[in-house]
Write a protein that binds this ligand. Sequence first.
Ligand code: BGC
Length: 266
Amino acid sequence: MHSPLAGQIALVTGASSGIGSGVATALADAGARVAINYHAHAEPAEKLAAAITARGGDAFAVGADVSDEAQVDAMFDAVVKRFGTVDIVVANSGLQKDAKFTALTLADWRTVIETNLTGQFLTAQRAVREFERRGPRDVSKALGKIICMSSVHEVIPWAGHVNYAASKGGIQMMMKSLAQEVAPQRIRVNGIAPGAIRTPINRDAWDTQEKLERLLKLVPYGRIGEVEDIGRAAVWLASDESDYVVGTTLFVDGGMTLYPGFADNG
Ligand code: BGC
């Protein structure tokens, strides 16, 4: 098996389901030892860790609400205790609380911003501190790599999802500003912007043939994405294969950001 991440240690937040779970699996299969963060559901995270371990990898599940500073500290402490340090941090935890703008509660605005944006801030900050603490390792050309999970909605406005789109737009500029700040230390910060990926977060957009057909009108490549599509992108961004890629958002969206509405003369 190709092991571009052999000897490296990864932490993936929000990895008990969906894209996070696919990314944790892909990083493990590329040779990394993986900490699988979950918030509410320990069981699927522990199952995933057990499955990785059963096929010769090394993984464990660690609980934390990424919007809570003390819990993020405890999560990093647990990773350092178990694996010694971390080389690759994927800030992935995210959720949607959708509502028409006039009905959007302050609580739902805050929950989405705090998990999606503040959670990535806290996760990335602890990652940078840990990379600085332990100094260079001979497993990678970079001191460390951070991948911020964004969305096509960092650029595509989304009515009925103002809190979510605002959080993803924020992630884009947080990622780029942080990338600029820490690149001199050879820390690479990049983002992945998935389009429509088949996960529980958007089940309502693909779970009947009719809905799937409507969704595919927005995807020039003509298929829904799978978590493996994002996992492969994460492996590449975490590996030295992308060593000169700094502060970039990699769109993995089947062309969703190509304004498909204009394909037929606008
Ligand atoms: C959202 C999904 C949506 C996709 C494309 C993602 O960021 O979480 O619900 O299907 O963007 O619109």
